[in-house]
Design a protein around this ligand. Structure first.
Ligand SMILES: O=c1ccn([C@@H]2O[C@H](COP(=O)(O)O)[C@@H](O)[C@H]2O)c(=O)[nH]1
Length: 277
């Protein structure tokens, strides 16, 4: 998918919601455990009940990989289902890959060609040659970790160098010099709203994937204050806050209500912003 299609969908739905599919068999409603493929069945019902509110789905691959071959098959089925029934929706394999060049090429092929995701998350720690193989794929996006939402995110990412630059700033600045840098997006945690203004100065035009709203306590309003750009430029993710809002038979209905709540807050923020233009 290209950026123009993503932006068009965001404007049409008045939403920049990404629903995270962190499918844990210990958390899904018990009646689904007897389904032939519970990982897929749960994901499918969540997708069918939230697709009108969401512009992206983000299966976290760990939750599928944990179930071995069956998990990989379910992951492939989930992406294929979205592509078949809701082709306008952007898909993110949250896999946090990255390795020496020839290995990264194989990871990129796995997620972009074999599994056909629109994007994959990548850790930047191994540098240019570990990320550029992902960027070689046209109409695919590489979402690089910049400033993560977890408490340990500050262990290294805010380390300051001799020029006074935080590590996450160095990562952002350096990545802009890489080939096909326009195919980058960046992960910035919703739990770090005080950093968004600085980050937007370095990457004013790139999309930011923002996890941490909902279960991790991040605030949508705070993120939007400096995170929004002229094309909206945000994909705000919520996983547990939507998909596990109920673990009874009504889980899909409740997930829909939670997703609608977030989408309505987004529409409201966009309408206030438009009225101030
Ligand atoms: O900095 C990061 C990077 C990735 N994640 C992932 O996003 C979701 C968040 O789930 P919630 O249930 O909405 O908290 C999950 O898959 C994480 O692995 C992140 O949280 N922070």
């Amino acid at each position: 998918m290209n950026k123009a299609k993503l932006v068009k969908q965001i404007q049409k739905k008045k939403s920049f919601l990404c629903v995270g599919l962190d499918v844990d068999l210990e958390k899904i409603p018990v009646h689904l455990l007897s389904a032939e493929d519970p990982l897929f069945e749960f994901s499918k019902q969540i997708i069918d009940s939230t697709h009108h509110t969401a512009v992206a789905y983000k299966p976290n691959t760990a939750f599928f990989e944990a179930y071995g071959i069956k998990g990989w098959q379910a992951l492939e089925k989930v992406n294929r289902y979205i592509k078949e029934y809701y082709p306008e929706i952007f898909t993110i394999a949250d896999a946090k890959r990255g390795d020496i060049g020839n290995t990264s090429t194989r990871y990129a092929k796995a997620f972009f060609e074999d599994l056909n995701f629109d994007s994959v998350t990548v850790a930047p720690y191994m540098g240019r040659d570990s990320v550029e193989p992902f960027l070689a794929f046209e109409d695919k996006f590489t979402i690089m970790l910049a400033l993560t939402s977890n408490p340990g995110g500050l262990d290294f990412q805010t380390f300051v160098d001799e020029n006074g630059l935080n590590l996450y700033e160095k990562v952002l600045q350096t990545s802009l010099t890489w080939k096909n840098a326009e195919r980058l997006m960046y992960v910035v945690g919703a739990t770090r709203p005080e950093y968004f203004q600085k980050i937007r100065k370095i990457v004013p035009d790139h999309f930011l994937l923002v996890p941490g709203v909902g279960a991790q306590g991040g605030s949508l309003e705070e993120v939007c204050k400096y995170g929004l750009n002229k094309e909206i430029g945000l994909l705000v993710n919520s996983s547990r806050g939507i998909i596990y809002a109920s673990n009874n038979k009504d889980f899909a209905k409740i997930a829909r209500e939670k997703a609608e709540e977030l989408q309505q807050q987004m529409a409201e923020i966009l309408s206030v912003r438009d009225s101030q233009k």
